[in-house]
Design a protein around this ligand. Structure first.
Ligand SMILES: Cc1cc2nc3c(=O)[nH]c(=O)nc-3n(C[C@H](O)[C@H](O)[C@H](O)COP(=O)(O)OP(=O)(O)OC[C@H]3O[C@@H](n4cnc5c(N)ncnc54)[C@H](O)[C@@H]3O)c2cc1C
Length: 367
């Protein structure tokens, strides 16, 4: 039998939660900093952080899964791979296709990093699939935001701020997510072309195909994935043209795009930093000393290894309103607009007034 969700039981009275709340309260009172920690798979990329770990991996398990309502509520420490397998056994999946870097990665870590896979542009971003979050804020209080319903007419939900919060707004305990059914069929068409040709073809493919769930360019191939009913997929795939990839080969390519396609080529020691760039999908090919490139989200996400300095990357993105995250060597993001930085500060102040979660995991800004 499943456990009632946080809204219907007194989560704050559970001994484990009382212990976590007390840890936050005493850290806040003593001016100590805490780092919420799931599977710690991202520790190597982050380097040394100043603070004590607040271990949440043991707070695990699916609290409630209602297949008929396409909703799941799970504890933040639930291993992401386990959650994905459980949902698949029920014929369902997470719409945002998260990276699955290893058995230890947790749901809380995935939400805190806010990373979505190739389907993000066509199905949902992680943020859009978040229905509700229960967390411990910087005062040591258990707070519940959102719920378990699809339609939330109350306006912007605070729970969505947790996507990409890097554990600096509070320690998540329970997370409710919207799900979708597994498709009847998945098929990937591959067309050999150059990067500029891919950028020209992508908008036409995206506009025509209702079953499109992935549009990428990798290793000189434009990849278009179609998912849904067999009839719909067949029609869209035929219109796209190219050759149909065998299912295992297609799955391997989408997995590479999901996990970060250029990461396997090295760790920044072959003369280039690895960047993940976000920009409008109709932006042209960027002028950067680079090899190689990979495109995802119909050109809106671009992975690149480049010897360009961070400022040169930011300057190349600026005319298109884009931004970038450097993954190696050392995580760093391009500077944010002043208004966004001010808003981020106000949210931090509201959620964590004494800075107990201000551990500096959010990537710093390059100049
Ligand atoms: C920039 C970047 C670098 C990455 N580098 C690697 C890598 O080198 N190796 C790899 O395997 N994967 C890497 N990943 C992928 C990442 O490990 C996965 O997304 C994974 O799902 C994170 O889960 P975790 O439990 O290991 O998180 P953790 O590594 O434990 O934590 C990641 C972040 O989430 C926060 N967090 C964790 N749990 C909670 C919670 N319950 N409440 C609030 N905050 C929480 C932490 O404070 C931290 O900032 C990287 C992702 C990004 C965005």
């Amino acid at each position: 039998m499943s456990t009632p969700p946080a809204s219907r039981r007194d989560l704050a009275a559970e001994p484990e939660i009382v212990r976590l709340c007390d840890a936050v309260k005493s850290a806040a009172a003593e001016g100590r900093v805490l780092i919420p920690r799931g599977g710690a798979t991202r520790d190597a990329a982050l380097g040394a952080l100043s603070g004590e770990p607040l271990a949440l991996a043991a707070y695990a398990g699916i609290v409630r899964h209602t297949p008929t309502e396409l909703v799941v509520t799970a504890r933040a420490g639930t291993p992401l791979g386990e959650l994905v397998e459980t949902l698949a056994a029920a014929g369902q999946r997470l719409p945002f296709e998260p990276p699955l870097p290893g058995r230890k990665a947790t749901l809380g870590g995935a939400v805190a990093l806010g990373t979505s896979g190739p389907a993000r542009a066509y199905r949902a971003a992680l943020r859009d699939a978040l229905l509700g979050v229960t967390l411990i804020d910087g005062t040591g209080t258990v707070c519940r935001f959102g719920g378990e319903v699809m339609k939330n007419v109350a306006g912007f939900d605070v729970s969505r701020l947790m996507a990409g919060s890097y554990g600096e707004l509070g320690a998540m305990l329970e997370i409710s997510l919207r799900l979708e059914p597994l498709p009847e069929r998945s098929q990937t068409q591959a067309l050999a072309c150059t990067l500029p040709e891919a950028l020209t073809r992508m908008p036409t493919l995206a506009a025509r195909a209702g079953a499109l769930t992935g549009l990428a360019w990798l290793d000189g191939w434009l990849l278009a994935r179609f998912e849904g009913s067999a009839v719909e997929v067949e029609l869209d795939a035929k219109a796209a043209g190219g050759e149909t990839l065998p299912p295992e080969e297609a799955a391997a390519r989408w997995a590479r795009l999901r996990e970060g396609p250029l990461s396997a080529e090295g760790r920044g020691d072959e003369g280039g930093a690895l960047w993940c760039l976000s920009l409008p999908n109709d932006a042209p090919a960027l002028e950067l000393p680079a090899a190689p490139w990979a495109l995802d989200w119909g050109g809106a996400r671009r992975w690149v290894r480049t010897t360009a300095a961070p400022k040169a990357v930011a300057d190349a993105l600026a005319p298109h309103g884009g931004h970038g995250l450097r993954l190696t060597p050392g995580v760093m993001r391009t500077p944010q607009p002043a208004a966004l930085r001010a808003l981020e500060q106000r949210v931090r102040q509201a959620m964590d007034p004494s800075g107990v979660f201000a551990h500096g995991a959010t990537p710093g800004e390059g100049d």
